[in-house]
Write a protein that binds this ligand. Structure first.
Ligand code: FE2
Ligand code: FE2
Length: 367
């Protein structure tokens, strides 16, 4: 016997409500309508609730993230780069130029990877619209970050051909990108079925890598060499751009950690400690190699050892936020100013460069 036709016409969330069994005499049978959904039916992945229906919310916090992200809107064109042009050509030492250029060379490619991960590998697997909507905003923000690096590179007059190719030809930069690409490619397969428990674990591990390590550690810590210049009054335009990016990345990381926590709870899944250890060790080794290259000569107030020690300290914080064991117990906070750097208001007041808290909502005028 063939299956009822509606099973081939509707997705899971489009199943018609049961017809009214005994319509009143003289009235037509009730037309098939969709059954209402309940918030409790929503899941991070493998959900059956309607992906096109926003409310009722299950993940109210995700909607709040979306609203908050929109209040933080900015573009790189709003920040003056003129002093940076002068600083780069006339004030930076050769080791400082080396640091500056290579940090940009790494970040440009990284943010494209971050965009592709969230847009192509993660977002399409989410089964609640409030999660997808924040991630759609995140995709845009990663594109905005790429524009920002391009704007810095262009404003300062760096050789684009050379800068953008650097991650390909410098093994120490390529190592971080290659590691991320490996994680991304595995979960981007079109036949990647999350009803399979091994695949589900791999997806959670990949999301962990991107949200916690790639964005939460590598990005968060990755801006600090340029912040070290900013603290000496150098490259302040670029540093300010990075502070805006950092504010976005802090949200991306926090959102990702929240999603992973929900996912693990809903799916009764535990991340394999051995797999996590391998991830942390790989991340530390590639970060160490990267730091040794970009800071082969230390600059005033910053060196490779500080960079790696701070990576370990941030990694422990992220692990605590997710509720897993600290990977590097006892790591010290060797750059106590880094967290302050994430606080835009404080830095703006310090350098007195521009408005303290940029929010488009308050800036709109209609006359
Ligand atoms: Fe980004
Ligand atoms: Fe990000």
């Amino acid at each position: 016997m063939s299956a009822p036709q509606h099973e081939t016409l509707f997705n899971d969330w489009e199943q018609p409500a049961p017809q009214v069994a005994n319509p009143a005499p003289g009235t037509a049978p009730a037309r098939p309508a969709l059954a209402p959904i309940n918030a409790a039916d929503k899941r991070v992945v493998n959900g059956k609730a309607d992906i096109n229906q926003l409310a009722p919310f299950k993940y109210n916090w995700a909607w709040e993230y979306f609203l908050k992200a929109n209040r933080n809107h900015w573009t790189p064109l709003e920040i003056s780069m003129s002093q940076d042009v002068h600083d780069y050509h006339h004030k930076l030492s050769q080791p400082e130029r080396h640091v500056f250029e290579n940090v940009l060379a790494y970040l440009t490619t990284s943010d494209i990877l971050a965009m592709r991960n969230i847009g192509l590998a993660v977002m399409e697997k989410m089964s609640a619209p409030e999660l997808q909507i924040y991630q759609a905003r995140q995709v845009y923000e990663e594109a905005l970050h790429t524009w920002t690096y391009q704007h810095c590179i262009e404003s300062i007059g760096l050789d684009q051909q050379e800068i953008y190719n650097r991650y390909r030809v410098v093994p120490e930069i390529h190592g971080k990108i290659a590691l991320a690409n490996r994680r991304l490619e595995r979960v981007m397969r079109s036949d990647f079925d999350l009803s399979d428990r091994a695949n589900l674990h791999e997806f959670a591990l990949s999301y962990f890598f991107f949200a916690v390590i790639f964005e939460g550690c590598w990005f968060y810590n990755g801006f600090s060499p340029i912040f070290a210049l900013q603290r000496r009054g150098l490259m302040k335009g670029t540093a300010e751009q990075l502070q805006y990016i950092m504010r976005d990345e802090v949200m991306h990381c926090a959102f990702g950690i929240r999603v992973i926590r929900e996912l693990l709870k809903e799916e009764e899944l535990t991340l394999d400690p051995a797999a996590l250890r391998e991830l942390w060790d790989e991340a530390e080794a590639t970060e160490q190699a990267y730091a040794s290259y970009i800071l082969r000569d230390p600059i005033l107030g910053y060196n490779a050892e500080l960079h790696v020690q701070q990576f370990r300290f941030i990694a422990n914080r992220r692990a605590r936020q997710l509720g897993v064991a600290e990977p590097f117990p006892g790591a010290a906070n060797v750059l106590p100013w880094l967290d302050e750097q994430a606080n835009l208001r404080k830095e703006k007041n310090f350098f007195e460069t521009r408005v303290t808290e940029y929010q488009t909502g308050g800036a709109l005028a209609w006359e």
